[in-house]
Design a protein around this ligand. Structure first.
Ligand code: KIV
Length: 309
């Protein structure tokens, strides 16, 4: 157990761009308004308290508890293994940290694939038990999106390269490269918007395709590997700060090197422990002088008594 102060909720951290300004909560309708006003939507994945708190305080509009946590947090090869309970656990941690951003929970593989009823029941768990404000589902699941909307659950759809389809796709490949698949993607996006989706993630599609869908669609598009013309962008947090231990995809821009920072800090700590340079006297707790004196006196008396005996 650490004594380190780590207050939950409360005021923004010192130096945060949000500062003391009154917070306007980002909601699903607010994203639509941003699209209308041509204001780009910033989105990022996060999976725990500290990073989501930093993302929120940095002014990110939408925080996705992505099923990418299966890979970047839990070390699986793909996203298929992560469970509803694991996603709920991480969504709760994010929810506790976030005050302003819209918190979206990714529905994991298997949680909506067997039936629409399953999908609605699991989505309700994300809202009720974890405090998510929307859920995200992959693929053109129009009936599911309609049922979720009718159940008052805001939905973010996800089209293009959908990682939960990795086995069917036979790998991660840029989608919608032929005229036929471009038209299908557009039709799917329109159908999802008609069914009540509040936004759609477009992943791994050519820039021209994402631009055309963004121009036509009444709801915001959020791109990842889909070029700069979407209404918003999303990246995986671990990609952004180099915590992925692999060469990044073409669309990733590294904004920091947390991998190097953390590795160096841990190495210095280990060296200091090995050289007894940590902790210092200043980093230690001390007895009050009166207690030290009392203990010294007692020790002296004990030694005297032993000598006499
Ligand atoms: O799980 C995830 O991180 C995602 C984003 C890539 C959109 O679905």
């Amino acid at each position: 157990m650490s004594f380190t102060s780590f207050p939950a909720g409360g005021n923004p951290s010192p130096g945060s761009p949000i500062g003391d300004a009154p917070l306007t909560k980002v909601t699903m309708p607010a994203l639509l308004e941003m699209k209308r006003q041509g204001k780009p939507i910033s989105s990022l994945t996060a999976y725990d308290y500290s990073t989501s708190r930093l993302a929120d305080e940095a002014g990110i509009d939408l925080i996705l508890v992505g099923d990418s946590l299966a890979q970047v947090v839990l070390g699986h090869d793909n996203t298929l293994a992560v469970t509803v309970d694991e996603m709920l656990h991480h969504t709760r941690a994010v929810r506790r940290a976030v005050r302003r951003a819209l918190v979206v929970a990714d529905m994991p593989f298997g949680s909506y694939h067997a039936s629409v009823a399953d999908g609605v029941a699991n989505a309700i768990r994300f809202i009720k038990e974890a405090g998510a404000e929307a859920v995200k589902v992959e693929g053109p699941r129009v009936e599911l999106v309609r049922a979720l909307s009718e159940a008052e659950i805001p939905v973010v759809a996800h089209l293009g390269l959908t990682p939960q389809s990795v086995l069917r796709m036979g790998g991660y490949r840029v989608q919608a490269r032929t005229a036929e698949t471009v038209l299908q993607l557009k039709a799917d996006a329109m159908a999802l918007a008609d069914a009540g989706a509040g936004a759609v993630v477009l992943e791994g599609v050519p820039r021209e395709v994402a631009a055309a869908i963004t121009a036509e669609l009444p709801i915001p598009t959020i791109g990842i590997g889909a070029g700069p013309d979407c209404d918003g962008q999303i990246l995986v947090f671990h990609d952004l700060v180099n915590l992925t231990f692999a060469a990044p995809a073409k669309f990733v821009r590294r904004y920091g090197d947390a991998g190097a920072l953390i590795r160096t800090a841990i190495e210095h700590y280990r060296e200091d422990v090995e050289h007894r340079a940590f902790p210092s006297d200043e980093e230690s707790y001390h007895l009050a002088p009166a207690v030290r004196q009392a203990l010294r006196t007692e020790a002296t008396q004990e030694t005297g008594a032993l000598r006499k005996a």
